[in-house]
Structure formats: C-alpha cells, structure tokens
Design a protein around this ligand. Sequence first.
Ligand code: AMP
Ligand code: GLY
Length: 425
Amino acid sequence: MMNVLLLGSGGREHAIAYKISQSKQLTKLYVAPGNGGTSTIATNVAINLSDFEDISKFISINNIDMLIVGPEAPLADGIVDFLQAKDCHKYLKIIGPKKAGAKIESSKNFSKHFMIRHNIPTAKYQSFTQENIDEGYKFLESLKAPYVLKADGLAAGKGVLILDNIDEAKAELKEMLCNDKFGKSGTTVVIEEFLKGIELSVFIITDGKHYLILPEAKDYKRIGEHDTGLNTGGMGAVSPVPFANKEFMRKVENQIIIPTINGLTKDEIDYTGFIFFGLINCNGNPYVIEYNCRMGDPETESVFPRIENDILDIFNAAANKQLDTEKLVISDKTAATVMLTAQGYPDAYNKGMPISINTNYPLIFHAGTKINNDTLVSNGGRVIAATAFGNSVAEAFCNAYKIADEINFNGKYCRHDLGKDLIDM
Ligand code: AMP
Ligand code: GLY
C-alpha cells in the first residue's frame, strides 16, 4: 500500500490522478498544487513547485512512498537530483528523470545533438548564437522556405517560429539572438529544415533499460478550426491514431524508441519516467520533431483512460527498474478529448468564471479550475477537457462533444472540427 504525491495542476495531472485513484495499492493520493477536479479524488496541497525544500518536507512528514512529476519545469530544474541526494528519501520511488535526462526537452540544441549522435531520424539543423549570427543567415539562405527557428530553452511552447519569407526569418533570428525575443531561452537558436507531414505523439514509460509503449495520440494545437490561428497548449486529442498502423509503429520502435533508449544508456543518462516523442509522419516514415521528458497535455486525457492496468503496478515496476515484468493492457476503443477554453485564449483571458457541470460522467478532466468559496471557477486558459470513448474517431468525438455540452461557463469555446482530418483520410 502506498502514499503517492503527484506534482502538477493541469488536465494531464487530473487524468493521471484519476487512474492512480483507482489503484488497489493506493492508501492516500496528494496532488500539488492540483485543481478543482483533483480535489474531488485526492487531497490538494498548496506547494510551490519550485520550492524543492518544501516538497521534500512534505514527502517526509506525510510518509510519501512515490512521487510522480507531471510538468517539465521541476524536472528541468533538477527536482529528482535534489531529492535523491537526501538520505531521508533513499526509499522514495520517483517517476521522472533527473536534470541530465530532462535535457532532452529543456535544450533543443542538446536533443538535436543527441538525435544526430545516435542516428535518430530528425530534420537537418544547425545551431547559432549571437557570435555566429552571420553563419545563421547563410544557413537560412541554404534552406528552402518555410524556415523553422527554435529557441534552445524552454519557452512554454512558444519558442518555435515558422516563417515563409527569408527576410522575415533573418529578422526573427536577429530578434532572438540580439534582442532577447525569448529571453535566455533564445540565446542559442536551432534552425532546421521544414518537414512536411502529419504529426502524432508517441509515449513510453521507461526505467532506462526497459520500456513500455503507451497508446499513441494526436493533438490539435491551433486555436481555430481546420488548424488555423495561434498555437495553444492543445485543443483536443484522440487515441489511437488511425494512420499509426502496425508497420508505421514498427518503424517508430526500431528507428526511434530503441535508438533513444540505447542512446541514453551510451551517454550514461539514467532515465526513469516518461518520454514523449513528438513525431511527424513524412510519406510513411517517422521523424522526431521534439522530445519531451513528460506526458503530453491534452494527450494524457485520451491516453490514460485507455490503460486498463492498475497504474501503480506500472509505476512501481518502472521505479524498481523492472518494467520487463509488466505488460500494458489497452482498451481497443477510441478515446477522444475536447478541450474547453476561456474566451480570448491563447491571448489574454479572464479567470474566475463560475463553471456548471450537469453530469456525473467520470472522464471530465479539469485543466484550469479551482474551488473558490465552494464554487468551481475557471483558473486558466484551458479550463476543462471532456473525454469519451467510441468505436471510431467519429463516434468518440461525437460522444465527447455531448459531454462538453453539459459543461458551461461564460465565454466557453471549443473547436468543433476535431477528428475530421482523420475521418476524411
Ligand atoms: P516543437 O516545440 O519543436 O515541437 O515545435 C512546435 C511545432 O512546430 C511542432 O509541433 C510542429 O508543428 C512545428 N515544427 C517544429 N519543427 C518543425 C519542422 N522541422 N518541420 C515542420 N514543422 C515543425
Ligand atoms: N500537447 C503537447 C504537449 O503537451 O506538449
């Protein structure tokens, strides 16, 4: 039996908490800081995720047996290294990589080097700093439009620019390198070849040696229908992805997953946790667009409900470096997630909107909510994710939209075309 602490406050964490709350091995689940949804299935704890000392104290006082880190920032800042350096946490099981492993997400320059070093298919690239900006201009001239510019560091999903025009690309490169457009994240910029294709997200949980492939998913990044308008954290997701057939997934495993695990071993990076492969399917061949050291959001809201195992069995095996003893059991149904967002998102939006939910349906995952004087109110741009099952992409989304209709708040917005791209393929 275990006490578990989960870090994070989004829809991803609510979906992970939902699975943990069903485990036969769970004594008590805490979520820090959590949200209005996690408070109904776990105990929310008001801890600042950058205060590692406070997290360490909470773990000791509450006899926490297992820590699961949801978002990337504490991993990139070394929370795992911090806790593992303390004797009092010798027996703490942790799902999440150390700082060296989190670099696959926290530095694009590192992750591109890693991919090239280990022969993992990815877009051709070079990286530049202020010192060699002129070479950056030359490299841009050697590429064809569109031009892809990426800030090296974490930039909350906003550090990637895709530009159609060479003069604009040069001007943006200068803005990033010389005028701090993305602050410190952009002191090194990766410029890469544009890859044309359809994206999908593949996830594994690994103990550094063994791995289990979780269900894959597709997310919908743009705010507007038919993939138009600004990028968001994700407006919906679906799992499985119809074009990720056996042959494609075999290529993903052989050309990407196995070389990544072997690469981590060769580089002596001890990695326990999730790896999120942001992939693009170019004419039937997978390429890595990016790595993340965590699960995706909103993909988790579609992926986790399909996992039928007791999730703490899987997490235990990963933490004990015995993932080869477990097998995933996955529902063959399709899960679809519709994200409801606040008016104005991803630009400025209001918080504190009262929310009414007229159903007891279980797969409603809160993304940005909190309880304020016994009232559920919005507390972020992405507010609530509604997930539903179906026998096809169309049926799953149709069911998810029905659930979404039962949730109301002022200015509620969602995309109504989710899944259509896959149905028409
Ligand atoms: P990233 O933060 O690296 O995942 O990039 C954000 C988004 O930019 C991706 O989800 C893709 O839609 C797009 N993108 C990034 N790199 C490329 C590339 N080399 N070719 C085409 N699209 C890209
Ligand atoms: N949905 C994409 C991400 O979590 O980064």
